[in-house]
Every structure is written in structure tokens, then in C-alpha cells.
Design a protein around this ligand. Sequence first.
Ligand code: IMP
Ligand code: MG
Length: 179
Amino acid sequence: MTLDWAPVRVLIPENELQAKIDQLAADITADYHDRRPLLVCVLKGAVVFLADLARRLPFALEMDFMAVSSYGHSTESSGVVRILKDLDSDIKGRHVLVVEDIIDSGLTLQYLSQSLKARNPASLEIVTLLSKTSRRVTDLECRYTGFDIPDMFVVGYGLDYKEKYRNLPFVGVLESAVD
Ligand code: IMP
Ligand code: MG
């Protein structure tokens, strides 16, 4: 069987991802165990992280999903974000924890946080698996960060390049230009 994948160099192996998610889950459990939080997953990239994270949180919580488009036709974030799918739930008075795959410029989440804060949640925090902190152009506050990574385009563990590679169990870097 041949795999229809261009070579991907492993940046963060599966065992390191899972160990980090154990730690994040412990921190989140300490803060949220009695708050019945609403985990808001930003589609599509964060679904794999959400699935692994949520199964390590041993207390009552709810999940909801949002889809946004941040890039339009360009590859750089513009800060102009369209909500493609809004939440099903009313977040007024709720403890909201936004679950993100990666924060790059921060513009997408900045916009999203403002839009969610306007709905008067009891609290609003962010957990991201990956962060390109050197690329940040906003003063967005992220409560929990898994890994700070260099300025490189990564795929796997939910992250895609043209919708491919989301199902890789690790985070990697494409070895060469591919379609
Ligand atoms: P920001 O608005 O610049 O923070 O962009 C955040 C969004 O861009 C993420 O939620 C991802 O969907 C996408 N993104 C940023 N960097 C990468 C990457 O290295 N690989 C895959 N998607 C990325
Ligand atoms: Mg995303």
C-alpha cells in the first residue's frame, strides 16, 4: 500500500503531544472542575485536540463548535473574520474555554474573543495546543499554551495543508512544496 502523503518531518511526536495534553488537562481540571465550563472548539483544526483534551477532563462540561474563516483567499491572517457557523448555545453567564489548534498572528482569536465577550459570559479563556508567539501582532491573552513553535507551517494533529494531513497523529513540517 502506498500512502498518498508527501514526506512530513516530525516536529512534535505523538508521545510528547499526549504528555503535554495530560499536563494541560491537569491545569484545566484544577481551575474548572466545579464550573461546568463550555468548551468552544474552533473548527476544523481543533477537533483532534478537543477530543483528546476533553477525555482527560473528569468533570461535568459541555462542548460547542464554531467555524470561522480567517484567511479569505490569502495565506496571511487579515483580522477580518467571518463566522461560518455560530454556537448553538447561549453563553451568557457561562464559563467559556475556547479550544484552539494554533495561534499565529492572533487576529482570528482576537476577533472571536471580542465577539464572544459581547455575549457576557461569566469568564472567557483560551487554550491552544500550539503558538507561534514570535508572529503575534495582538496582545491576545491565552491562559494555557501547549507548545511554542518557530515560525514554520505545520500540519497534522488536526492542522491541514489544503485539507490534507489533519489525521496525522503527530505535528510535522512538510519537507517540500506539495499540492
Ligand atoms: P491567526 O489569525 O494568524 O492567529 O491564524 C490562526 C489560524 O490560522 C489557525 O487557527 C489555523 O487555522 C491557521 N494556521 C496558522 N498557522 C498554521 C500552520 O502552521 N498550519 C496550519 N494552519 C495554520
Ligand atoms: Mg484554527
